[in-house]
Write a protein that binds this ligand. Structure first.
Ligand SMILES: Nc1ncnc2c1ncn2[C@@H]1O[C@H](COP(=O)(O)OP(=O)(O)OP(=O)(O)O)[C@@H](O)[C@H]1O
Ligand SMILES: [Mg+2]
Length: 338
């Protein structure tokens, strides 16, 4: 049995993926679900949210010990195999495998092995490389008996993200209410379907190969990439735009999500606030964001000692309620009991 992997993805950047995962990871841990977070964005913003610079510098300074996602897969670029991941214990039930700016160096190897995995022989090594992220995720989850793996990636459709999506059971899509997010959503659906189909072909190729019986302990991910819904981010609305502009874009999301991501016909007159595929509307948290970053904690754990006084304390409680609801909704979608 493998641990479910949930990836937050949109190839439009800056829509709040990293902030969302950070908060959701804390909330799952507070609900006593054990979380492993894997930072697969070479920009490593999620790692920087959890750890201070001195700690990150110390981790990046250690070579060949599985202390970052890149250190885990690096031996594959030579003749070696995956290194055992070393996790950072952030809090009770919250573990992080740090990101690494060097991860971009793996992009070429992944591109090169993609066609090789459809050959008629020597398939093990290409498949080991293409599924390295999934193997590391499962090793990490096994180590701490995690309930869920949460994954952050950068905003692009490159070979690293293709390998992450192959490793993904469930996809959640954060969106801003603007033309660019909607355009990103239109590209995303067909891309996910194409990656899923191409991965199924590789699974079939491996199943039919004579090599498979020599590697009984070698497991591969299903590559389901099941979309569980979208999240609307209010903060990504430009403050100089009128409210009507927000409504104009946000009300187009239900139709585009169905047509592009689910490959279903749009439902007429479906409004975003009534759409069952809308997992949440994430509020604009304004000055609570820098306050939370400074204290290196989620918004909903800010206290008066951190500066969350007056109207801030109400917003902190609202955020706790909202993220609790979101975590419970997501858990239900992916079959985790809370
Ligand atoms: N709910 C929110 N309210 C206010 N600001 C937010 C909120 N969520 C995120 N932000 C801010 O928006 C910016 C982008 O957020 P974030 O880095 O999480 O996006 P991202 O989608 O991960 O970006 P990238 O595509 O670069 O990885 C950050 O400055 C973050 O602090
Ligand atoms: Mg990010």
């Amino acid at each position: 049995m493998s641990t479910p992997v949930l990836t937050f993805f949109n190839n439009k950047g800056g829509v709040g993926k990293t902030s969302l995962i950070y908060h959701l990871a804390w909330m799952f841990a507070m609900l006593r679900k054990r979380v492993v977070i894997i930072d697969l964005d070479p920009q490593a913003n999620l790692t920087a949210a959890f750890l201070d610079e001195n700690k990150i510098e110390a981790i990046w300074g250690q070579e060949n010990n599985g202390s970052t996602i890149y250190q885990c897969i690096k031996p594959l670029m030579g003749v070696g195999d995956i290194a055992e991941p070393v996790l950072q214990n952030i809090a009770t039930d919250l573990y992080l495998l740090p990101g690494d700016v060097n991860l971009s160096g793996f992009e070429d190897a992944l591109s090169a092995e993609w066609p090789n995995s459809m050959g008629d022989k020597n398939l093990y090594r290409p498949l080991r490389i293409l599924t390295a992220f999934w193997q590391v995720m499962q090793m990490a989850a096994n180590k701490v008996q995690a309930d869920i793996v949460l994954v952050d990636i950068g905003p692009n459709l490159g070979a690293i993200n293709r390998s992450v999506l192959i490793a993904t059971d469930y996809v959640a899509i954060p969106l801003g209410a603007d033309l660019f997010s909607l355009q990103g959503l239109k590209n995303l659906g067909p891309t996910l379907r194409s990656w899923k189909n191409l991965w199924k072909k590789r699974l079939d190729n491996w199943a039919d190969s004579s090599e498979k019986k020599s590697f009984q302990d070698f497991h591969l991910p299903d590559g389901n990439m099941q979309a569980i819904g979208y999240l609307c981010q209010q903060h990504s609305v430009r403050l100089d735009r009128p409210v009507q502009a927000y409504d104009k874009w946000v009300q187009r999301i239900p139709a585009v999500y169905r047509e592009s991501v689910l490959d279903e016909p749009a439902v007429s007159d479906m409004r975003q606030e009534d759409d069952p595929y809308c997992l949440a509307t994430i509020k604009h948290y304004r000055s609570l964001i820098p306050m939370a970053q400074e204290h290196r904690k989620p918004i909903f754990n800010l206290t008066s000692a951190d500066g969350a006084i007056g109207s801030h304390s109400g917003a902190v409680q609202d955020a706790k309620k909202d993220f609790r609801q979101l975590a419970i909704k997501i858990a239900k979608q992916i079959g985790i009991d809370i």
